[in-house]
Design a protein. Structure first.
Lengths: 339, 350, 313
C-alpha cells in the first residue's frame, strides 16, 4: 500500500451564490520517497489539492467527499490534535512566499526551536543543535550566525533555504512544496530546486511539487499529474507525459512553450482561457478549447460535449479524454480480431 | 591587447538607430527628505545620503524593426531602463535619443509627439487598467488626447479596428476591466498601446504574470502586431526561453550594467560572459538529461554599495585582480556581439 | 453608433447585481438606519411645512405657555405635544427646525472639508516631494488647533469686528466655515494615503506614458478610484460635524438661541434641568443621539462593504 493514497477527493467552497466545486474526483498515490509533480495553470486547483492533503483548506472551503489515506490512516476523519501531529511530523509544507511561514519578529533559531519543542520533549540546547544541523544540510553559509538573524536580514534565496530547513526539522515523510521557487530568480531557483531534489533523495523523503513550470517538473519529479479546472486529466510517469502527452490539453501546454517552436515563428497557442470553476462547460471541461473536438466526428464529439470523460489507461499513463479512449478502442479491436 | 575585433562582414553603418541610450544612470535616494538625512557622527552634524544604484552607465542602441530583449534577474535595473526610456523616471545622468533627438530633458509639451510614437505595455494586467473606466473609454481616451481633431466617428472606427486586430470582441467595449481574465486584460492593454499607432513599444515583463497557455497567445499577438505595424520593441523579461523565441538581439544586464549584447542566435549558441553562461544553464528545460547548471557563489549584491571593478566579480569563477579593480567596458566580439568582461577580452576564457 | 445604449443599461444592472445592494438587502441594521435617517432628514427638510408653529417668528410665541411638559406628563397642553421651552416655543417645532440647522451645518461643513481635504490630499499624494511635505505639515498644524480653538478665534474676531448681531445673522455659514476648516486634515490624510496606493499602480503609469497632464490624471484617473474611502470617511465626518456643532452651540460659541440648533436647544434647556423641565434638554438630546447613531451605523456598514480586503470578487 502506498504511503499516501488519495481517492475521489471532492473539495467545495461554500460561496454566497452556492457551492463551487474546486476539486472533483481527484485520485493519486505517493510511494515512500517518490517525487510527484502537480502541474496546472492558475485556477486548475493544484494548490487546493495540496492544502486539502493537510486538511488546511480555509473556510469557506471544505472536503465534500473522498478519502485521504496516509500511512494507513484516514486524514479526513482525524481529530484536529492528531492532524497537527501529522502536519508537523509526517508531512510538512513549503510555500511560495517564505514570509508566509516565517514570523518576522522571531529570529530563525527561535522559530526552529519553537517548532521542535512543540512536537518533541527536548531541551533548548538539543533543539538548537538539531536546528543548526538542518541549516547545514541546506548549505547556508555560516549557519551558526543565521540562527540569531531575523527573516528580513536574509535574501530571498536564503529565506527559502531556511524554509526548507524548517520543513526538514522533524524528519517528515512527505514535503509538499507549493510553487517553492516561483518568487525567485532563475539562477537561485535552479539552486533551490537542486537542493530540494538532493535532500529528498538523500533522506528518502517524498515530495509533492506543485508548479506551473513544466521544465521544473520534468527535472525533479518521477510522476506527474496534470490538472485542469479542478480535475486530474492526465497522470503517469513524468518522462512519458513530457515526451508523449496524450491529453490534448497537456499537448497544448507543452507545445505552447517557446522552446518547442522555432525562434521567431508563431507559438502553438491554446485558444481561450481556463473556465472559472463556478461556470464549467458541460462534458469535458476542456472541450471549448480543444482542437480535436472541432475536428471530431459525430458521436465522439457529442461525448466530449455531453459526458465527463472517465480515465483510460494508455501505456503507463491514465488519461481522461474521449478522443484518447476512442483511439485506444480502435487500436484494440483489430488486435482482438487477429486473435 | 584585444583578441576580439570588429566583425569584418558587418555593414559599417546601416541606418541610424531608432533609440540610443548613452551612459544612462539612475540613482534612487534612500535617505528621505533633508531633515532625515542629517546624522550625528563623532559629535558633528553631517548630511548623509544613501543611494540605490539602479542603473550605472547603460549604453544600448535599438534598431528600427527589431525586438531588443533585455534580460536579467530582479534588481538588475532592466525595468528602470524601460521606465527611464518612457520618461516615467528622470535619468540621473546620460542621454536618451529617439530618432536622433534627445528626449530625456524635453518639456511635457515638447514630449507629446514622442508620446504618441512610443508606447508601453506593463507587467501586471490586474493593475494596468483603470477600474472605473470601460474598455471603450480606456481605448478612446488616448486617441482623443493625441488627435483632438478627429471626429468621434473616426475615433470609434480606429478603436474598432484595433480591437479586432488584437482579438477583442466588439461587445467588450461597454464592460469594465475587472470582468476579464489576465490574458484578456493584457490584450486590452496592448490595444490601448496600439490605438495611437505607435512605432516603438516598450514591454515591461508583459507575460510574466500570465499562465503558460496565455503567454503563448500574448507573445503571438505581439509578434503579429510587429509584422503588421512594423513595430520596434524594447522587451524586458527575465525568461530566457521567451527571449530566444522573440528577440532579434539580447542585452543581458547584471546589477545595473549591460554585460553582454548579441544577436539572439549568437548569444544562445555561444554565450560569452560568465554571467550569461550561468543564466542560460539555469533555465529549466524539458529535456531528459539534467544539464549541469553552473553554480554561482552567493547572491546578487545589493545595489546600495556596488562592488568595485566588475560588478559580477564576487560571484564569477574567473575573476582576478583586474576584475576587482577595473570596470570592464563593452567590446565588440568576433560574432557581432558585445561583451563587457576582462576575462573574455584577455582570452582567459573563450 | 449604438454603443451608448448598452452602457447605460449595464450601469443599472451593475448596481442591481452589485455587492453593495446585495449586502444591503441582508443587513437589517443598515436598512433600519437608512429608514430612520431618511425619515429624520425628511422631517428636518420639511420643517417649515410640518411644524405646528414657526419658532423664529416672535409673534407666534407666547411667554405665558413656557415650560409646558410633553403630552404624557400631567399639566400638558395638547397644542404643544412635546411641550414648550423656557421662552414658550413649541418644542416639537423647535426640534424640527433645530435638526434642520444641525443637518445643514453638518453637511455644509463636510462639503467644505471634503473640498479642501480632497484637493490637498490629491495634490500631496500625486505631486509628492515638497508640496506633500508642506501640505501635510499644514495639516498637522491644523490638527493641533482643536475645533474649539478655531471657533473661539473666528467667533471672537467676527464679534469684535462686525458685532454680535452680524455673528448671529451669519451663524450658519460661519459654523460651516469653522468646522470645515478645523477638520479638513482628516480628509487630506485619507485621500493622500489612497492616492499613494493608486499612484503606484500601472494604470497611472500608463496614463503618464500616454502624455496626459497631471491634472487630468489626478481628477480623471486617480480621484474616481479613491471615492470609496471618501464615502466612508464622509459618513463619520457628518456625524462628527453635527456633534461638533452641538458642542460649540452648547458652549455658547455656536447657534444663537433665537434660531436654535439641536445643540443650542440642549443648552437652553440645561439651565432648567434643576427646576424639573427635563424635556427641553432631553428630547433634543435624544434626537441628536439617534441622528448621529444612524449615520455612524450606515458608515460602519459602508466601510464593511467597500473594504476591498473584506470584499473579493
Amino acid at each position: 500500500m502506498a504511503l499516501l493514497d488519495v481517492n475521489h477527493l471532492d473539495v467545495r467552497f461554500a460561496l454566497r451564490r452556492g457551492d463551487v466545486q474546486a476539486l472533483r474526483d481527484v485520485s493519486f498515490s505517493l510511494e515512500r520517497g517518490e517525487r510527484l509533480g502537480i502541474v496546472g495553470e492558475s485556477g486548475a486547483g493544484k494548490s487546493v489539492a495540496a492544502f486539502s492533503l493537510l486538511n488546511l483548506i480555509a473556510k469557506p472551503g471544505y472536503i465534500a467527499g473522498g478519502s485521504i489515506q496516509f500511512d494507513g490512516r484516514e486524514l479526513t476523519q482525524m481529530s484536529d490534535r492528531a492532524l497537527r501531529h501529522v502536519r508537523g511530523h509526517r508531512m510538512s509544507m513549503i510555500f511560495q512566499d517564505p514570509m508566509m511561514t516565517l514570523n518576522p519578529v522571531l529570529s530563525i533559531g527561535e522559530q526552529m526551536v519553537e517548532c521542535l519543542k512543540a512536537h518533541r520533549r527536548i531541551s533548548n540546547r538539543e533543539a538548537r543543535a538539531i536546528a543548526l544541523n538542518k541549516l547545514e544540510q541546506v548549505q547556508i553559509p555560516s549557519p551558526a550566525a543565521r540562527l540569531d538573524q531575523y527573516p528580513h536580514e536574509l535574501s530571498g534565496g536564503m529565506r527559502q533555504r531556511v524554509i526548507i530547513a524548517i520543513a526538514l526539522l522533524l524528519d517528515p515523510d512527505i514535503i509538499i512544496a507549493d510553487e517553492p521557487t516561483t518568487a525567485l530568480d532563475v539562477t537561485i531557483q535552479a539552486e533551490i530546486m537542486a537542493l530540494l531534489l538532493e535532500l529528498c533523495e538523500k533522506h528518502n523523503v517524498g515530495l509533492i511539487l506543485i508548479t506551473h513550470d513544466l521544465g521544473v517538473v520534468s527535472q525533479v519529479t518521477q510522476r506527474m499529474l496534470v490538472m485542469y479546472a479542478g480535475r486530474v486529466i492526465e497522470q503517469g510517469p513524468t518522462r512519458e507525459i513530457i515526451n508523449d502527452p496524450q491529453h490534448p490539453y497537456t499537448q497544448g501546454l507543452i507545445n505552447a512553450l517557446p522552446q518547442m517552436a522555432t525562434p521567431g515563428s508563431r507559438l502553438n497557442q491554446i485558444p481561450g482561457s481556463m473556465p472559472s470553476l463556478d461556470n464549467l462547460p458541460s462534458g469535458c471541461a476542456f472541450h471549448p478549447r480543444c482542437g480535436f473536438v472541432q475536428r471530431a466526428d459525430g458521436s465522439t464529439r457529442r461525448a466530449c460535449i455531453d459526458e465527463v470523460p472517465g480515465f483510460v489507461t494508455s501505456g503507463n499513463c491514465r488519461v481522461a479524454c474521449h478522443m484518447v479512449a476512442e483511439m485506444l478502442e480502435r487500436e484494440r479491436i483489430p488486435a482482438e480480431e487477429i486473435r | 591587447m584585444s583578441s576580439t575585433v570588429q566583425a569584418p562582414d558587418q555593414a559599417p553603418e546601416t541606418a541610424a538607430p531608432l533609440l540610443e541610450i548613452r551612459g544612462l544612470e539612475k540613482h534612487f535616494s534612500l535617505s528621505g527628505d533633508f531633515l532625515e538625512q542629517l546624522k550625528f557622527k563623532r559629535g558633528r552634524l553631517v548630511r548623509e545620503q544613501q543611494y540605490v544604484h539602479a542603473i550605472n552607465g547603460v549604453d544600448l542602441d535599438i534598431q528600427r524593426g527589431e525586438a531588443l530583449c533585455v534580460v536579467g534577474e530582479s534588481g538588475c535595473g532592466k525595468s528602470t531602463v524601460a521606465r527611464t526610456v518612457m520618461g516615467l523616471l528622470h535619468p540621473s545622468a546620460g542621454e536618451i535619443r529617439y530618432d536622433g533627438q534627445r528626449i530625456d530633458e524635453l518639456s511635457h509639451k515638447a514630449m507629446m509627439p514622442y508620446r504618441r510614437r512610443m508606447q508601453m505595455i506593463f507587467q501586471n494586467p490586474y493593475a494596468s487598467l483603470n477600474p472605473r473606466m470601460t474598455i471603450q473609454q480606456t481605448l478612446e481616451e488616448p486617441i482623443r488626447l493625441h488627435h483632438p481633431d478627429w471626429s468621434s466617428q473616426r475615433i470609434k472606427e480606429q478603436v474598432a479596428e484595433v480591437m479586432a486586430s488584437v482579438g477583442i470582441a466588439a461587445d467588450w467595449g461597454a464592460r469594465y476591466g475587472h470582468e476579464f481574465s489576465g490574458g484578456q486584460r493584457q490584450r486590452i492593454a496592448i490595444a490601448r498601446a496600439l490605438v495611437v499607432d505607435p512605432e516603438f513599444i516598450v514591454a515591461d515583463e508583459p507575460i510574466s504574470a500570465l499562465d503558460v497557455s496565455i503567454q503563448a497567445q500574448v507573445l503571438n499577438l505581439l509578434m503579429e502586431a510587429q509584422q503588421q505595424r512594423n513595430l520596434t520593441y524594447l522587451f524586458i523579461t527575465h525568461d530566457l526561453a521567451v527571449v530566444e523565441h522573440f528577440g532579434t538581439r539580447v542585452a543581458v544586464m547584471y546589477l545595473g550594467r549591460v554585460c553582454e549584447v548579441a544577436p539572439t542566435a549568437t548569444l544562445f549558441a555561444r554565450p560569452r560572459h560568465p554571467y550569461t553562461q550561468a543564466l542560460m544553464s539555469a533555465i529549466p528545460r524539458l529535456e531528459d538529461d539534467r544539464p549541469q547548471h553552473i553554480r554561482l557563489e552567493g547572491e546578487v549584491p545589493t545595489p546600495v554599495n556596488l562592488p568595485s571593478g566588475c560588478v559580477f566579480h564576487g560571484r564569477c569563477p574567473h575573476a582576478n585582480e583586474r576584475c576587482r579593480r577595473e570596470i570592464p567596458v563593452l567590446i565588440a566580439t568576433i560574432d557581432g556581439g558585445q561583451v563587457a568582461c576582462h576575462a573574455v577580452e584577455e582570452g582567459r576564457i573563450d | 453608433m449604438t454603443t451608448t445604449t448598452p452602457q447605460v443599461a449595464s450601469r443599472w444592472s451593475r448596481f442591481r447585481g452589485s455587492y453593495l445592494l446585495y449586502s444591503f438587502k441582508r443587513d437589517l441594521i443598515a436598512q433600519l438606519s437608512l429608514v430612520v435617517f431618511i425619515a429624520l432628514v425628511a422631517v428636518a427638510v420639511l420643517a417649515p411645512w410640518l411644524a405646528p408653529m414657526n419658532p423664529y417668528d416672535l409673534a407666534q410665541i407666547d411667554i405665558m405657555s413656557s415650560e409646558l411638559p410633553p403630552f404624557w406628563v400631567d399639566g400638558s397642553d395638547p397644542t404643544y405635544p412635546m411641550g414648550t421651552d423656557a421662552q414658550g416655543r413649541d418644542l416639537l417645532s423647535t426640534i424640527l427646525y433645530g435638526a434642520r440647522v444641525s443637518l445643514i451645518i453638518g453637511f455644509g461643513a463636510v462639503a467644505l472639508q471634503a473640498l479642501l481635504g480632497v484637493s490637498f490630499g490629491l495634490l500631496a499624494g500625486y505631486l509628492g516631494g515638497r508640496v506633500d511635505a508642506f501640505l501635510m505639515r499644514l495639516a498637522d498644524i491644523q490638527l493641533s488647533f482643536s475645533t474649539l480653538m478655531v471657533a473661539i478665534v473666528v467667533g471672537a474676531l467676527v464679534k469684535a469686528i462686525f458685532g454680535g448681531a452680524t455673528f448671529s445673522a451669519y451663524a450658519v455659514p460661519l459654523l460651516v466655515l469653522i468646522i470645515g476648516l478645523a477638520e479638513w486634515p482628516q480628509y487630506a490624510r485619507t485621500v493622500r494615503a489612497s492616492v499613494l496606493a493608486e499612484r503606484s499602480k500601472e494604470y497611472v503609469d500608463a496614463a503618464r506614458v500616454m502624455g496626459f497632464t497631471s491634472r487630468r490624471i489626478m481628477f480623471r484617473h486617480i480621484l474616481p478610484n479613491t471615492l470609496s474611502p471618501i464615502f466612508v470617511i464622509s459618513t463619520v465626518q457628518v456625524a462628527n460635524a453635527i456633534i461638533a456643532e452641538a458642542a460649540l452651540s452648547f458652549l455658547g460659541l455656536g447657534m444663537p438661541e433665537t434660531q436654535p440648533s439641536l445643540g443650542s436647544l440642549i443648552k437652553s434647556g440645561f439651565d432648567y434641568l434643576q427646576s424639573g423641565s427635563w424635556w427641553i434638554t432631553l428630547i433634543p438630546g435624544l434626537m441628536l443621539v439617534v441622528l448621529v447613531l444612524v449615520i455612524n451605523l450606515l458608515g460602519d456598514w459602508l466601510r464593511d462593504v467597500l473594504n476591498p480586503r473584506l470584499y473579493k470578487g
